[in-house]
Design a protein around this ligand. Structure first.
Ligand code: SF4
Ligand code: ZN
Ligand code: ZN
Length: 325
């Protein structure tokens, strides 16, 4: 079968949500031009921005780096990767994959381990939590500490935007979760150009938010990404509401391809109107221990609170990151 766009080359990919069969080149061009459109329509970044890509080493961040390199000046792109320190999980190899791609373009890579950042690996924090009967999932520790570290690294090195590799499936799940919880505050945060709640936050944007996870997997395969063979052992603690919503949304998408893309577009339209008329959030307060932003009405940030729950005196060290450029 010939490609539905160029009509010349053989089709190698079936793009479900458009019903088109595409050749390799037209598929890659389609993804890059859809990301470019999303970046421009929400002004996610422009020529002067210094972009820090938060990379996990998984396929999504690999694709994000590849697309960002096609859209932006490589000398204004950096990568940060946080090594959680999860026993039995092959993270260093993944970091190596991102490092290799980045080094081809001379892009700086910052590697920071949780061990250096807070003094403990994730596995050590989780075992402390179990021994103290702290009912907090490993993913909560992981997500909160990683987000805090990424923001501080990016800000400290003068980056003006943080790019994360969340895809369309992730974004649809977040939107539905916040609607079900009635959490308008968090729903507004899904908008790429929504309000910035603290001067200490480097704006985070998700250029892949309108690209299906399936498309990212195909793109990754086409650009030679070697897929991971091991899963994080804490995956079974992944928040169950999100896991159930994910299952349900996959089913909906299978029955009506394109429905999740439509959902995000519609929610964006409503939120853009809502934000321009009604939203004027005050600056977030700062944590009494580390000085970083925390939620309204809280004395400490979540990271400091979690560490204190484990009997650890919070202190954060950014100095020991490895800069491999
Ligand atoms: Fe971290 Fe949870 Fe993902 Fe493992 S599954 S890397 S603990 S967020
Ligand atoms: Zn083609
Ligand atoms: Zn704090």
């Amino acid at each position: 079968m010939k490609c539905a766009v160029c009509g010349q080359r053989d089709a190698v990919v079936m793009q479900r949500h458009t019903g088109r069969a595409l050749c390799r080149e037209c598929f890659v061009n389609d993804i890059v031009s859809r990301v470019r459109k999303e970046v421009v329509s929400f002004n996610m970044f422009s020529g002067n921005d210094r972009l820090m890509i938060a990379a996990s080493g998984g396929k999504d961040s690999y694709v994000l780096l590849d697309v960002a390199l096609k859209l932006h000046d490589p000398s204004k792109i950096g990568v940060v990767t946080i090594v959680e320190g999860i026993e039995g999980y092959n993270r260093l190899e993944d970091v190596e994959k991102v490092r290799k791609l980045a080094s081809v373009y001379g892009v700086d890579v910052v590697v920071l381990s949780l061990k250096d950042y807070v003094g403990y690996t994730l596995t050590e924090l989780v075992s402390l939590g179990f021994s103290k009967n702290v009912k907090v999932s490993p993913c909560t520790f992981c997500g909160i500490l990683r987000r805090k570290a990424i923001n501080e690294v990016a800000r400290g090195l003068g980056y003006t935007k943080v790019l994360t590799a969340h895809n369309l499936d992730d974004e649809a799940q977040t939107i539905v979760m916040n609607i079900l919880r009635g959490d308008l505050f968090r729903l507004v945060q899904t908008l790429p150009n929504g309000p910035i709640l603290s001067k200490l936050f480097v704006r985070k944007v998700k250029p892949l938010r309108k690209i299906y996870e399936e498309e990212i997997a195909v793109y990754a395969h086409l650009i030679g990404y070697e897929f991971q063979t091991s899963d994080c052992p804490y995956l079974r603690y992944f928040p169950s509401l999100r896991a159930r919503i994910r299952e349900y949304l996959y089913k909906l998408e299978r029955e009506k391809p394109g429905v999740l893309l439509e959902l995000i577009n519609r929610v964006d339209t409503v939120l853009v109107k809502y934000v321009s008329h009604y939203v004027n959030y005050p600056e977030l307060p700062r944590c009494a221990i580390c000085g970083e932003p925390t939620a309204y009405g809280r004395k400490y940030c979540m990271a400091c609170e979690l560490l204190m729950m484990l009997g650890i005196k919070p202190s954060y060290n950014l100095r020991s990151h490895i800069n491999v450029g």
